[in-house]
Design a protein around this ligand. Sequence first.
Ligand code: UDP
Length: 192
Amino acid sequence: NKTVNILGFNFLNSTFNDFLTNIKKRINNRENTFVVTANPEIVVHALNDSSYKKKIQQSDYLVADGIGIIMGGNILGYDMSERITGYDVLVDLLDWGNKNNKSAYFLGAKPEVIADLKKVIAQKYPHLEAVGFHDGYFTDEQAIADDINEKKPDMVFVALGFPKQENFIINHRNTSDGLWIGLGGSFDVLSG
Ligand code: UDP
């Protein structure tokens, strides 16, 4: 992967389409893949918290979700392509998953949001195999990890906000080979 170093982080420097092509290949091959879509807030948090920094550096793809990061890269002399937002990635993968009968697990957001999301997914993406929905205000983290392990979805969408989502992914990504991606507040947007 072509990356550029910004403040000690190796950001992917690729177009949205090239990135998605690679991710889909990896999902088809059932390769364990951890994606962080980082906005400047995440970068600032990581600069102040070395354990979080180490976690996001374990990602297979660190993509720039924020014009601030693209601009920072360009100031450093890199010709950075474009912003890759978690929401855009989610919508693209749902459409692809619907066309290719992929399975997905949805974790995060408030109970009423995830209930609405379940309806939206069934209506808009009827051929996507939506194997699990769980809100992001749980107490038994292991029970959710066990559920994901049992279902082994192609894609695990984790919308708990940072740093919770990255912590959850690091702790449990070994339970299922596929895509694990942190998506911040994307479920709120998609459900409404
Ligand atoms: N959230 C959650 N569990 C928590 C805290 C937050 O599921 O314990 C959800 C929250 O409901 C929202 C998302 O995580 O849907 C965070 O969105 P926000 O836009 O604040 O996060 P960011 O995109 O800035 O990471």
